[in-house]
Design a protein around this ligand. Structure first.
Ligand code: ATP
Length: 200
């Protein structure tokens, strides 16, 4: 089955685009949401986090101590890389498990903010980059999350620039609120359907 990765900078509108693919009946795996939930449920991952960051990472009841972990990784880039090195393989496992159950679908999407940075695009047949002008992305996130422009820029600085991401992407969707999104989504949908041997 065709696996398509989809990414974009913060506020680019990748989730908005994914919802459109879902309307067309395409299953979407939201890697960032899964990454959060498996920190509570994946025993192998939990064990790795405790070994690396100490028993304080979980409460006695087994609940993730998000603040404890955030305080460590936000100040220390090496610690963040260690956490990513634990979480990313666990998300890959969850994706493989989920993908096996989607055999009714002509193709599937994997939405991930760090699709290229984590290397997970290599497990996809193609990748889509959702792009938007920086000022618009900042404005959207300020409005959505009620945060300052500086706070958004801080988050943006942790991601690859669109120029770098474009180097890896096979397809691009422009979400600049001038070009309509749905026709771009439909054009890609038709293209992916035509690549699926079962639909020929
Ligand atoms: P993040 O990386 O933070 O999860 P994202 O790339 O998934 O962001 P979305 O959550 O899809 O982005 O969009 C960010 C905000 O911008 C949302 O509030 C969404 O409703 C709005 N938005 C996205 N695209 C458009 C559009 N074309 N027109 C109007 N609003 C939009």
């Amino acid at each position: 089955m065709l696996k398509i990765g989809i990414t974009g900078g913060i506020g680019s509108g990748k989730t908005t685009v994914c919802r459109m693919f879902e309307i067309l009946g395409i299953p979407v795996f939201y890697a960032d949401d899964v990454a959060k939930s498996i920190m509570h449920t994946d025993e192998e991952l939990k064990w790795g986090i405790v070994q690396t960051f100490g028993a304080g990472a979980y409460s006695n009841a087994g609940e993730l101590n998000r603040k404890y972990l955030a305080d460590i990784v936000f100040q220390d880039h090496a610690a963040l890389e260690k956490l990513n090195a634990l979480v990313h393989p666990a998300v890959f496992r969850a994706f493989d498990h989920w993908a096996l159950k989607q055999n009714h679908a002509p193709y599937i999407l994997k939405e991930a903010a760090l699709l290229f940075e984590s290397g997970s695009y290599r497990m996809c047949n193609y990748s889509i980059l959702v792009k938007a002008p920086e000022a618009l992305k900042i404005q959207r996130i300020m409005q959505r999350d009620q945060v300052s422009a500086d706070a958004v820029k801080l988050r943006m600085d942790k991601q690859l620039t669109d120029e770098k991401k474009e180097h890896f992407a096979d397809f691009t969707i422009i979400n600049d609120e001038k070009q309509l999104l749905m026709p771009q989504v439909l054009a890609l949908h038709e293209q992916f359907l035509s690549m699926n041997p079962l639909s020929a």
